[in-house]
Design a protein. Structure first.
Length: 220
């Protein structure tokens, strides 16, 4: 049975704005739906464990409601409790919260690197690629070095008014790690597959990113 892990942020504060953040629900729910419809088992992991904070919830969205009813958000494990050999892929869901806690979660990075190095897929959507900026393989190289990627763009960050709130600009930092970052027009769907690395630009790219992961797994 193919098994996929969806990683979620545990960070709930949007800088010093006084606003809340978390994982963007559609960016977990839509991939979850694609994976489960494909017959995959899907587990969740979060940085701190327990119930992660939600952002962008649409109460009227049937996929989000189905996801929230099916998963146990109250008891998500941390990465250190999981075994990479159990998973064929990991997908980092976005949400602005990821920018604060994904980059420095060494256990999560190690888990993803191990999944990748045993032939699995690493995927990330929107701000989820923040998990990739410090993710190194066992040879010390950055996973994204030399890879074609996308993620929430500088223009999109400016459009939502958070350029000066996020701790770093995602696109610039991915580029600094050696990635070849490809921005598409604001809030249009874009997914890029480079071998076993799959990235999506924004919330509009969540479903297509998950479908690309399915394709890579089935072609392996």
């Amino acid at each position: 049975m193919t098994r996929v892990l969806i990683a979620l942020t545990s960070h709930s504060e949007l800088g010093d704005t006084g606003r809340s953040t978390g994982f963007y629900v559609s960016e977990a729910a839509e991939p979850w739906a694609v994976f489960t419809d494909s017959g995959f088992d899907v587990d969740l992991v979060s940085v701190a464990g327990g119930r992660p904070p939600l952002d962008g919830l649409n109460e009227d969205d049937p996929i989000q409601q189905k996801f929230l009813a099916a998963v146990d958000l109250d008891h998500t494990p941390t990465a250190s409790a999981l075994d990479a050999s159990s998973y064929d892929a990991i997908l980092f869901a976005g949400g602005h919260g990821t920018m604060w806690d994904f980059p420095n979660d060494e256990a999560l990075a190690s888990l993803a690197a191990a999944i990748y190095e045993r032939g699995g897929v690493v995927a990330a959507v929107c701000h989820g690629p923040s998990a990739l900026v410090n993710l190194k393989l066992s040879d010390g190289s950055y996973l994204v070095d030399g890879k074609n990627v996308t993620g929430f763009t500088n223009a999109e960050e400016e459009a939502v008014g958070l350029t000066d709130v996020v701790p770093f600009l995602l696109a610039d930092t991915l580029t600094a790690r050696g990635a070849i970052h490809h921005p598409a027009a604001n809030f249009t769907s874009q997914t890029i597959t480079d071998g076993r690395l799959v990235t999506g630009q924004n919330p509009q790219s969540a479903e297509s990113t998950a479908r690309a992961v399915v394709d890579v797994i089935r072609q392996a």
